[in-house]
Design a protein around this ligand. Structure first.
Ligand code: SF4
Ligand code: FES
Length: 248
């Protein structure tokens, strides 16, 4: 395949960026999108040019770091996949592809396609955990009965990889889908109920302090989420938040 790539280039967070155009060929339809980016970077390096900076780690849809906006969609045109799982067969020979970083005030660009998503880490640190006293005998996890449906829903929520596509897609840059997944994964399980009040209040406060926007129920986040995190989690987050407010 021959392609024209229009890529966002930005030296650092201070300088203004712009789209630059690159032509590449000999791209196999079976390559992943990141492998295609590797080919581009090899070409740029050979030509003595600065390769395009982009985040990646696992390259198998687990780490959530490959944040790219491709032809106007977070993680590109395929559904339920991350950029690293997107294949070039989803594009046509001769196509022009626009590649930009995830854009949100809370995700400032570090360089080219790399954005700073430490705001998500700070939300997670505010309450996305369970405190466990490890002294003495720990209770066998299997001795706590959990309804199958609740266990399944908690597992589904726990599949959120913190990629930030929901924020980049949302016209309000809302982080509600991410926070709701993190709150839900604990709220549904008995182990998570002990700290439930503090967790939801602290995580929502941190989300607001970071400057994420409000949710207006457009549902765009659910459509673009590579893990299929459901909007039902946002409804659960709202219920947990109201309960916590009344309690506190
Ligand atoms: S909810 Fe989905 S889109 Fe948002 S951070 Fe989690 S996995 Fe990514
Ligand atoms: S590189 Fe880890 S999810 Fe894409």
């Amino acid at each position: 395949m021959k392609l024209t790539l229009k890529v966002w280039r930005q030296k650092n967070s201070k300088e203004k960026g712009k789209i630059e155009s690159y032509d590449i060929d000999k791209i196999s339809p079976d390559m992943s999108f990141l492998e295609m980016m590797d080919v581009l970077n090899e070409k740029l390096t050979i030509e003595g040019l600065d390769p395009v900076a982009f985040d990646h780690d696992c390259r198998e849809g687990i780490c959530g770091s490959c944040s790219m906006f491709i032809n106007g969609e977070a993680h590109g045109p395929d559904r339920l996949v991350t950029t690293c799982q997107l294949h070039m067969r989803k594009f046509n020979d001769g196509e022009t592809i626009y590649i930009e970083p995830f854009r949100a005030k809370t995700f400032p660009v570090i360089k080219d396609l790399v954005v700073d998503r430490s705001s998500f880490d700070r939300i997670q640190h505010a309450g996305g955990f369970i405190s466990v006293n490890t002294s003495g005998n720990t209770q066998d996890a299997n001795s706590i009965p959990i309804e199958k449906q609740k266990a399944d829903n908690a597992f589904d929520a726990a599949t959120c990889i913190g990629c930030g596509a929901c924020v980049a897609t949302c016209k309000n840059s809302s982080a509600m889908l991410f926070v709701s997944a993190k709150v839900s994964q604990y709220a549904l399980l008995p182990q998570g109920k002990i700290e439930a009040t503090d967790r939801v209040l602290n995580m929502v406060k941190q989300m607001d302090d970071e400057g994420f926007g409000n949710c207006t129920n457009t549902g765009a986040c659910e459509v673009e989420c590579p893990k299929g995190i459901s909007l039902e989690n946002i409804a659960r987050l709202n219920r947990e938040f109201i309960k916590a407010k009344i309690k506190s």
